[in-house]
Design a binder for this molecule. Sequence first.
Ligand SMILES: C[C@@H](O)[C@H](N)C(=O)O
Ligand SMILES: C[C@@H](O)[C@H](N)C(=O)O
Lengths: 159, 159
Amino acid sequence: EKQVVTGIAYSKDEAQISLRRVADKPGVAAAVFMPLAEANINVDMIVQNISEDGSLTDLTFTVPIADFDRSQQVLEGAREAVGYQAIQGSTDVAKISVIGIGMRSHAGVAAQAFEALAGRGINIRAITTSEIKISMLIDASYTELAVRTLHSLYGLDRN
Amino acid sequence: EKQVVTGIAYSKDEAQISLRRVADKPGVAAAVFMPLAEANINVDMIVQNISEDGSLTDLTFTVPIADFDRSQQVLEGAREAVGYQAIQGSTDVAKISVIGIGMRSHAGVAAQAFEALAGRGINIRAITTSEIKISMLIDASYTELAVRTLHSLYGLDRN
Ligand SMILES: C[C@@H](O)[C@H](N)C(=O)O
Ligand SMILES: C[C@@H](O)[C@H](N)C(=O)O
């Protein structure tokens, strides 16, 4: 069986900011990310789930830790335009990514990652996926354990 | 200035399923995606945002429309193991992706996409990003308008 997972990447240089309960209507995402871009802040992950009630949703993104304070300032300045009800953030996160090819047609790859991390008691705090990358945010203290667990799961720790 | 966006991809063959208010503890994601993998359902996007209260969060994923009913059945079977409080779904979604290279270091690319779609009244229902792909879920009826808008934004409609 062809090995689809080719590597595990991780970054501890990630700070997470979540805007809670923003209006789910056109223009809100732009009102968040245009000012960040104008401030030359490089946003890495953006995660927005579908609104449950169709009117409010949450918007989370990650930036380098060095840009955490500045990002929060930018967002405080954009509060009126964005209309979020609360803002939360943490520098205690790490991004773990499973890198591969054609993962969409290999239904179990993500499931196996989730199961392996669960087996180590590692809580998966956010998830985004594409055909070539499964990215997860976890508590930074679990980074090394997560990477080792996934290397072992996918047989990447053999020479 | 180097052009970082190389193309716009879209898929109307996407059905969205959201599990509302699952426990944010190890094992829950595995309990959702292992049964789907065992049923040979190819999951495309997975979106999970960070829990606001640290105890509950939502989990959304997309599958081909032909697998929508089967996916819901699998999840109803997994209800006890997963413990979601509600399940919602729709086949009226399309996935729009901005494909590029090194987009993390080009802070405005995503922001511009959000602004351009907002300018057309297109609501962005979910977002996931990586360095090479910005993926958004929108209402399927806006697919063509969204693709044309983004082609034009990034100058991809010239020959
Ligand atoms: C929440 C935000 O993404 C909003 N739906 C928008 O289109 O801008
Ligand atoms: C919600 C789900 O992702 C959970 N946090 C888990 O680790 O499985």
